[in-house]
Design a protein around this ligand. Sequence first.
Ligand code: ZN
Length: 335
Amino acid sequence: MKKYLIYFLIFLAICFCIPIFFTSPFPIRKAKTTQSQNIQVNEVTVDSTYDYKKYKTVKLLHKKDNKVEELPFDEYLYGVVSSEMPASFEKEALKAQAVVARTYTLYKMSQNSKKHGEADICDDYACCQAWISKKDRLEKWKESSREEYWNKIVSCVNETQGKMITYEGKVINAFFHSNSGGNTESPVDVWGGSNYPYLQSVQTSGEDAYSEYASEVTVSKKKFEELILKVHSNFKIDYKEKDCIKIKEYTEGKRIKVIKIGNLELSGVEIRTIFGLKSANFKITIEKENIKFEVIGYGHGVGMSQTGANSLAKQGKNYEDIIHHFYTGVKIEDI
Ligand SMILES: [Zn+2]
């Protein structure tokens, strides 16, 4: 009897153990994979080659006197945000600008291009990004709004402290501009070279509400020819010829890609540079004695549009929504 009881107990033990033998490896392995996946995710999102935490200060080159000033990072950002975007804009737009400016600065630092010698970045908006001292900034605002505006800028930087934009774990090249005219641009259509996956052409409603960004440039036919001849000495044009000026192709962002002018085919970006236009989104008309450009938008059109950010904020979007709208497939992470 005892024997049978032992057999029975062994049988029970086997019955009990079989499911463990068969099932236990799976949860354990699963747990391990999850853990290693977590580790991997962390490794991917924090790029090992850059140590963002070391950037506590910014060495800023003042273009005016060629002097380098070292500023605490956030203090530097107060000067950038208050210089780059009107303080009257919506708070969420200003917060997006703060994160974009921080990201842009970190990108410049991590590139370590030595473009400005010892300095990380300069205060020229055409070269890096604009910056203004607190003293100069306050002086430019009406006295009645000084305190409110400054506090608003400071709180937008502080409320997004340490936030940066990444793509596949690396800080992005966070281009931005004033007004897209409704569609942002792919960098390849502006500067050539290769595209960035996170800088796609996107549409933003409400950009046309900023009529102050529409502009006109009129030059005499003589001046028009002179300016093109400076760059292309073989340039010829006969205004009697039909289609002597003709837009041949548009970019994805609805700007001029290729325009035929006389015997030349030029890019919209080149025409923008030659005639100092605010953007490459223009209409061109031959008048009696003049050539007229009607221009929409302001800036290269790549990345975040500042007025677009403000439009989105007015529509109830927060700074994260705004960033995800202008930069495709990115993450907003803490340094
Ligand atoms: Zn610069």
